[in-house]
Design a protein around this ligand. Structure first.
Ligand SMILES: [Zn+2]
Ligand SMILES: [Zn+2]
Length: 425
């Protein structure tokens, strides 16, 4: 779909208004209202075709502040104003991120008049996702986060009495994940890509994907055209995953064949998934699910401790989880340190660095944070045995450097009130 290639042509559907975008999958140019109708109709057809829910259901949507879940909640409310809908936000305690997203999600739910339930992980459970930077999972924060979120999805759905959880997985997600899992040989996970996942045990909510057939680009346009509130900044832990790489490959294929995503989806859905389901069902029957001795959720683990609880137990051993310190604490630390044992990196622009230098600081370009791990490591290597401190106008940026350095095994801290540093020396 392209915004600019319709050259003021009339809308193909209503033949009245000027078109503003062209769908790449169908090669038609549409006006805003016809696009909205087309978009919503496809979601409705998907919901009906796979019998995702009916009006007796209580449907929950976990909101991430991103375009997919935002779009999903909006379309569900519009298509089914009578449906019992519940927005849910999990505040995972990711500094410089979770709080900002919470505000965006609140705005969305107010706009749509959908009730919002906020689950604050640090308040309820006493830890932050960021704390995993101190564990062996420091380079797999996204996967830990996924495990914890999945646990919370079922727990919260049960507590709120939801019968259905709708997620924002779209066509591009599904196809690129299929590719990745296929290449990794992880066939048992492929089954989870079905548009509907029935409950594993009585009382568990059914999981459904109403955007299963919607291309990602169209979600982007829907959100933009309808001015829906979304958070565009990335999570500080976001990484380039194999899935994103395959997404790009599939986009290249799409240039040759505009129907490629639908074709792949159809092959997987009609041929492969039914085959896999048969063998998987057998396996689950044989697998003997237990309840976790700590949290009570189902687990296939033989020692009856689920993946989430195993990971959380790692946090108990860590005494100091400090990633940010005040200038006062910084100065106190320095009293005990030789100057050769630490380095203070100043991430401000060169101009500001020259104008008001900070005593003993080394100026580095903040662009370094965008570099790949290898290059970042090469830069920090000479400081391997030192404690690293970062200072910047933007606290988030200093924090990103701190996280990146920690992931590489450095002891690093962000200064959270840099304005109090000694200047002009
Ligand atoms: Zn039209
Ligand atoms: Zn558990």
């Amino acid at each position: 779909m392209k915004y600019n290639k319709c050259n003021g042509k009339l809308c193909k559907f209503c033949k009245e208004k000027t078109s503003i975008l062209t769908l790449t999958t169908a090669k038609v140019s549409l006006c805003t209202s016809c696009f909205n109708n087309f978009f919503e109709k496809r979601v409705k057809e998907t919901i009906e075709k796979y019998r995702m829910f009916d009006l007796k259901d209580k449907v929950g949507v976990f909101l991430s502040g991103g375009k997919d879940s935002t779009c999903l909640l909006t379309v569900l409310k519009k298509l089914y104003p009578e449906l019992y809908l519940q927005g849910i936000y999990i505040n995972l305690g990711i500094r410089y991120y979770s709080e900002i997203v919470e505000e965006v999600v609140k705005r969305l739910c107010q706009k749509l008049e959908v009730p919002l339930y906020v689950y604050n992980l640090p308040e309820k459970e006493g830890y932050f996702i960021d704390d995993f930077i101190f564990t062996s999972f420091k380079n797999k924060i996204c996967s830990v986060c996924g495990t914890i979120k999945r646990h919370l999805f079922s727990k919260i759905a049960r507590e709120l009495g939801l019968t259905v959880i709708a997620t924002g997985h779209h066509l591009d997600d599904t196809v690129s994940t299929m590719f990745t899992l296929f290449i990794q040989g992880d066939f048992s996970s492929l089954v989870k890509l079905s548009p509907v996942l029935p409950p594993l045990y009585p009382g568990q909510a059914k999981k459904v994907k109403p955007l299963y057939k919607t291309p990602e680009k169209e979600i982007f346009y829907y959100v933009t055209l309808n001015e829906l509130p979304i958070e565009t900044s990335n999570c500080p832990h976001e990484e380039i995953t194999p899935i994103k790489r395959y997404k790009k490959i599939i986009e290249e294929l799409e240039k040759e064949n505009s129907q490629i995503k639908y074709q792949l989806l159809s092959i997987f859905n009609k041929k492969l998934i039914p085959l896999l389901k048969k063998t998987e069902e057998k396996k689950t029957e044989e697998k003997n699910l237990n309840t976790c001795i700590f949290c009570g959720e189902l687990t296939s683990s033989y020692n009856k401790i689920c993946g989430r609880c195993k990971r959380i137990s790692l946090l108990e051993k860590i005494r100091d989880k400090t990633l940010e310190i005040s200038v006062e604490e910084f100065n106190r630390k320095l009293e005990k340190l030789e100057s050769s044992n630490y380095v203070l990196f100043d991430l401000r622009d060169k101009e500001d660095f020259d104008k008001s230098p900070i005593k003993g600081a080394v100026q580095i370009s903040s662009d370094l944070v965008l570099e790949k791990k290898k290059k970042f490591y090469k830069f920090l290597k000479p400081y391997k045995k030192k404690i690293l401190f970062f200072t910047c106008y933007s606290k988030k940026l200093g924090y990103l450097f701190t996280l990146k350095a920690r992931k590489l095994g450095f002891e690093a801290y962000n200064l959270k009130d840099s304005e109090n540093l000694d200047k002009g020396v």
